[in-house]
Ligand binder design. Structure first.
Ligand code: PLP
Length: 469
């Protein structure tokens, strides 16, 4: 399988190089040159497979030529074996034909584990083969950092540096990151905000001389391998609910458009998905596009669902590429004009075509809490605020009661106690048994000033399993 850039200029790469590349050299994002397509009979034959076997069948074409079948299957078995629920992604019924797919049974209790547990293992596989070490740098406001750290903690060939804003992440999120004590894990608390952290990571990718030749790798949501891993659970849900002979709809709590883009790909690979709902919080640039063909930058609004607090949606470019018949020059033109003016629209007929599959809703904090309370009353289930946004949008935007509606349950409620307690004062979500000792675990973290030189010096002094590069 080869991968091409959404802006049409960068060289095509194979899977291994895409995994290590991050952004394409022309500023675009990598997508598969040709999407595999499965027949109804083929998908139906997967009905009784365990999750990792299903994952193997769905993802195999994407890694073809880069990794042996037996190695890939062993990696997948190991990856999904660490999930606490034996079904890996269990479905919980809320109402007639309405479900939540629980994607929070991984090590850090959010769906990002599905991709980052795999990413860490794939990196280690390829780097061992190449006899190469890399440094990962990332900025986090919470979920991504802990999932990336957990994904890399056993990697022999990776040192990971995660920057978070000092005293501005929740205690559960901080402890999930700082209690990972391997000598290749480096937590840096920056005396600044999330944007300061992100700017320092960006600047480090732009000028990597402080790394003395060591390769810098990105694990943010534009990494193709993350999207790939997320395609699998759409197949998993559909097969559980009578697919592929029966159609299905999904509602997806959305920020950077990575998770829902995976659903879009699943559909193009042969899964009969007839509706995808983009559920956003007040940071609703995607809802503005889907409802009014206007993709325009607004300021950031902090909400009770912080993992969806974004101003622009980095994976949206991948959909734009398909919307325009995979014309990279056209995408480059649109993105240039977006950068210059802060807004863009697409031709009316392309937007109308897109809307045949996608609906959207923006859900504010008040509605989020009301949904948590309502679902708790109806079913006794406590939803996290991101999932609640998905459930609210599912109920508002649903096209057909006869089609199973699945909301992606993106995080465990214990990660976001503020919203949950606001909604249901009597409830206090508890940590799952395997994390019950989280508040007693030793923590390790370095606090640094909001100063790029200090951060880069720290990385170069510790980037080789805690020793200097
Ligand atoms: C990252 C995240 C999202 C948003 O996912 P995208 O792929 O960025 O759209 C939603 N919910 C939770 C809990 C997350 O951590």
């Amino acid at each position: 399988m080869r991968y091409i850039s959404t802006r049409g200029q960068a060289p095509a790469l194979n899977f291994e190089d895409v995994l290590l590349a991050g952004l394409a050299s022309d500023g675009g994002l990598y997508v598969p040159e040709n999407l595999p397509r499965f027949t109804v009979e083929e998908i139906a034959s997967w009905a009784d497979l365990p999750y990792y076997e299903l994952a193997f069948r769905v993802m195999r074409p994407f890694v073809a030529g880069c990794i042996e079948d037996a190695d890939f299957k062993a990696i997948l078995k190991d990856t999904y074996g660490v999930f606490e629920h034996s079904a890996v992604a269990p479905l919980r019924q809320l109402d007639g034909n309405e479900w939540v797919m629980e994607l929070f049974h991984g090590p850090t209790l959010a769906f990002k584990d599905f991709a980052l547990q795999l990413l860490g293992r794939l990196l280690d596989h390829f780097l061992t083969k190449r006899n190469e070490r890399v440094v990962i740098m990332g900025a986090t406001s919470g979920d991504t950092g802990s999932a990336a750290i957990e994904g890399c903690r056993r990697c022999e060939n990776v040192d990971i540096f995660i920057l978070h804003p000092h005293q501005r992440v929740s205690e559960v999120q901080r402890r999930q990151m700082t209690s990972a004590l391997s000598d290749n894990i480096h937590n840096i608390a920056i005396e600044g905000n999330f944007d300061d952290c992100q700017e320092m990571v960006k600047a480090s990718f732009a000028d990597q001389s402080f790394l003395k030749g060591t390769r810098l790798v990105a694990v943010n949501s534009i990494n193709w391998a993350r999207i790939m891993a997320q395609i699998v659970y759409y197949f998993h849900a559909a097969i559980q609910l009578g697919g592929p002979q029966r159609s299905i709809a999904f509602s997806v709590p959305t920020g950077n458009f990575g998770d829902i883009f995976a659903g879009y790909l699943a559909r193009n690979m042969g899964l009969p998905i007839n509706q995808l709902i983009v559920a956003t919080n007040r940071n609703d640039i995607l809802h503005r596009f889907m409802s009014g063909n206007r993709y325009n930058k607004d300021e950031l609004h902090p909400t009770l669902s912080p993992s969806m607090d974004i101003m622009v949606s980095s994976n949206f470019e991948r959909l734009l590429f398909d919307m325009h018949g995979r014309d990279g020059a056209k995408v480059a033109e649109l993105m240039d004009s977006f950068r210059a003016t802060g807004e863009m629209s697409v031709a009316e007929e392309r937007w109308t075509e897109t809307r045949k599959l996608f609906d959207s809703l923006a859900v504010d904090d008040e509605q989020t809490c009301a949904t948590i309370a309502q679902v708790y009353q109806e079913t006794g289930e406590l939803l996290d605020p991101h999932t609640a946004i998905g459930v609210h949008a599912a109920r508002e935007c649903r096209r057909s009661l006869a089609t199973p509606m699945v909301t992606l349950g993106t995080a465990h409620p214990v990660k976001f106690p503020e919203a949950v307690q606001k909604a249901v004062p009597s409830a206090s979500p508890v940590l799952p048994a395997h994390m019950a000792d989280l508040f007693g675990r030793e923590e390790r973290c370095t606090v640094l000033a909001n100063d790029l030189a200090a951060v880069q010096d720290f990385v170069s002094q510790h980037g080789n399993r805690g020793k200097p590069l």
